[in-house]
Design a protein around this ligand. Sequence first.
Ligand SMILES: [Zn+2]
Ligand SMILES: [Zn+2]
Length: 407
Amino acid sequence: MSLLEIALHKSFVCTGMLLTMACSLSSSVMAQSGHVNPWEKKDIGKLPPIASLTEGMWLKGDLHLHSRHSTESSNNPISKIVAFSKSVGMDYIGITDHDNHVNGDVAHHTWVDPEFKTDSLLLLYGAEWTTTRGHGNTFSAKPYDHQQLYDVRDQRDVVTAGVKKKLGIHLSANHPSGKDHFGYSYDMIESIEVWNSAVWPKNANAIMIWDDMLSSGRKLTGRGGSDAHHGVPDSPEKATKNSVQATANYVGTPTTWVFAKTRTLQGVIDALTNGRVSVSANPYAPRVEFYADLDEDGKMDMMMGDNAKSTGKVVHFQVQLSGNALPEATYTVTIVKNGGSFATFQATGKLPVVEFTDTPITGKRSYYRVTIEGPQTAYPQVPGSMVLSENMVALSNPICFNFDPNF
Ligand SMILES: [Zn+2]
Ligand SMILES: [Zn+2]
């Protein structure tokens, strides 16, 4: 029943003693029905063209790591993180030490460590912004004045957001539903950590927050981060009570894939901001790619993270698993549309592919994203991680329709 129908119904039943009260209620409802929300955008205008689906490369990395410059870490110098990352084929990493452990002066700790050098492994500049109101990671292609962000951590969001914008950095909400959740406005971030550490089940509420943000028009990228603090001790006497974590949660649990235009720090950050990103349980797990064909010509026109205007025509979607899909395995592919489950498929084979169609509503926002569940691909270097990730293999970012780029 529409508001107008409710109002008419109510005025029809207005009788006797209730008449005055009920009718005044119905007239206020009637008045409401004619209301037009001035914030409701009629037309989002022309959207920027979608970037090439082929000019670029998939790069994999970990966006949340703590080295010895975080005081609660153990056996984890930068050299150990870097050597391990290279040994498992990482392309980039973000070492994000707690800034409060050095009173905000990350620039004279992590970044000047002689072991902090970008070569074949891209090292992002960043830190974990560790504040009373929660945690967020910063990412930058070049050094920036992190001290300024640290200094405004307790100020009103309008002040903090201004400083963040001036610094020109990518800011990302960390473990948004756990302890030290991100207690700031989500309007000042570009991405959200939807998969923190190898322990998949504790991320369910982070996914819920992500869906709420997407549904309200905030096109935030979902990313992963192991949040690993502890390395394998070089000798038994160097072991700490947390050393057990080193073989259960370390670099790559989970792994964040980005489709970057160039193999550069800026390439990684741009892809992260644009949302051409998926997350896999570990570096050897299959990568999920998600595409859409907008005009039924059999050629894909957009991928996850992209945004197009809906035309009222049917859209062909394609989900594919690349890399090390287990040939004997059956994967469950769940399509989430606008925060709710839309369809579920089973996929098998060396390069599992799922196709489906839908017609995104015209003139309104909608989004589609994918999760892949199934058996874990082995990660022998971090053997304890597989059981912790349970059956979550990979998740994609959304393909979006009618999101307002000027929101
Ligand atoms: Zn944290
Ligand atoms: Zn952390």
